[in-house]
Write a protein that binds this ligand. Structure first.
Ligand SMILES: C[S@@+](CC[C@H](N)C(=O)[O-])C[C@H]1O[C@@H](n2cnc3c(N)ncnc32)[C@H](O)[C@@H]1O
Length: 382
């Protein structure tokens, strides 16, 4: 992957490259960084790159030198141009992952009042902010972007799994970490971590990650997949009807894609539709299906109903997601019958608000469509 940093202060960026892990990765060839001096694209001997803001104010980087610098980068590739700016979208890990998929990033370092708006309109693909505060220049944000993107590239940081365990990689914050000594100023390391039971350590870490995310950044939970953090299985129970019977292969594929433990199929009328159920496990009634989950998990499942109609007390999915992570129980999503009959709410521990598209009509989505949206909200990650 290639980065081009366009800056009026190349020494600042060069110093970072000569000392950091990222700099070493650049010299080993894992990535390449060109630092471009904006003055090389200025007019005249003096190399003017900035001027006064029209209408009053401080200085601004001029559009022409910036435009020429990007055009020079474009002569060799088709780069994606990023302008770090306090007015951009606030940077987060998913954005970093998207940027890591580009072949060539050109990073434009603003200074003074920023850059001429016409340059942004004509050349910039994305404006990115580090947060709601103002720095003196874009060099630090450019270095932050290079660092965050580069550590996702193979061979840049030593142990690749470490990247996958970091905060936000799978949506949750990282677990707490400890090193020697095992007792420091009267504070011991959690005992389980010094024993060698890696299964128990894994479970403890996942639980810690969930608890600290719920405590510190509950907003992040909406973007995380629950599956890697659940101590029990996640089941989908379909209450059979004609539409779902036709859609069974799609329902089944959605469950597989999102890592559902088992798809269960129950006929509310009590008759067994074994022939229709395919890979799903068939039960003559929803109660029997839920009891089967309880016996398998050694704990009764938390039953969540999805209804197409508005039900009093129904929960928003993001609120329910936080509650489910807190409870850490086996989970059964129940997809109710399509028409007529409503899901028997008393069987459920919680009911979700209906999934609505822009038209506001949940009836226009197929059962497989509804299930996919539901699974993506709880088990997908962004
Ligand atoms: C002093 S700032 C300009 C601020 C600009 N007048 C404004 O209020 O939006 C100079 C440069 O620093 C960089 N910068 C400052 N704060 C930033 C932030 N929070 N995120 C990303 N870049 C930032 C930008 O490249 C910006 O052009």
């Amino acid at each position: 992957m290639r980065f081009t940093v366009v800056t009026a202060f190349p020494d600042f960026v060069e110093a970072f490259l000569s000392t950091s892990v990222i700099g070493r990765a650049a010299s080993s060839g894992a990535l390449s960084v060109d630092v471009v001096d904006l003055r090389d694209y200025a007019d005249g001997d003096y190399g003017q790159i900035d001027d006064y803001v029209f209408g009053g104010g401080g200085m601004l980087l001029m559009a022409e030198p910036l435009g020429r610098a990007v055009e020079a980068a474009r002569a060799t590739s088709n780069p994606y141009v990023v302008y770090p700016s306090p007015q951009g979208a606030v940077l987060h890990q998913e954005m970093v992952e998207t940027l890591a998929g580009k072949e060539h990033l050109v990073l434009i370092c603003g200074r003074y009042e920023g850059v001429d708006e016409r340059f942004t309109e004509a050349f910039v693909d994305l404006e990115v902010s580090l947060g709601d505060f103002v720095l003196t220049g874009g060099e630090l944000p450019a270095m932050v972007l290079i660092d965050a993107v580069a550590r996702l590239l193979p061979g840049v940081v030593g142990r690749e799994e470490a990247v996958e365990e970091d905060s936000f990689y799978r949506g949750m914050l990282d677990t707490p970490h400890y090193t020697r000594p095992a007792l420091w100023r009267g504070r011991p390391v959690p005992e389980l971590l010094v024993g060698g039971d890696h299964g128990a350590i894994g479970r403890w870490r996942r639980r810690q990650a969930v608890e600290r995310t719920l405590r510190r950044r509950p907003d992040v939970v909406a973007r995380a997949s629950m599956i890697p953090y659940m101590s029990h299985g996640a089941y989908v129970l379909i209450l059979a009807d004609g539409e779902k019977e036709r859609e069974l292969p799609l329902l089944s594929r959605a469950c597989e894609s999102y890592g559902v433990t088992r798809l269960l199929w129950a006929s509310p009328s009590g008759e067994s539709r074994r022939s229709a159920a395919g890979s799903a496990k068939t039960f003559p009634s929803p109660e029997k299906a839920l009891r089967w989950i309880g016996a398998r998990e050694k704990k009764a499942p938390f039953v969540v109903g999805l209804s197409r109609e508005r039900v009093e007390g129904a929960l928003h999915w993001s609120q329910l997601k936080r509650e489910l992570l807190e409870k850490d129980l086996p989970l059964a999503f129940v997809l109710g019958p399509t028409e007529g009959e409503t899901l028997e709410i008393e069987r459920c521990d919680a009911v979700l608000q209906p999934i609505r598209g822009g038209s506001g009509d949940p009836g226009s989505l197929s059962s497989a469509g509804l299930l996919s949206v539901l699974l993506d909200r709880f088990f997908g990650w962004r």
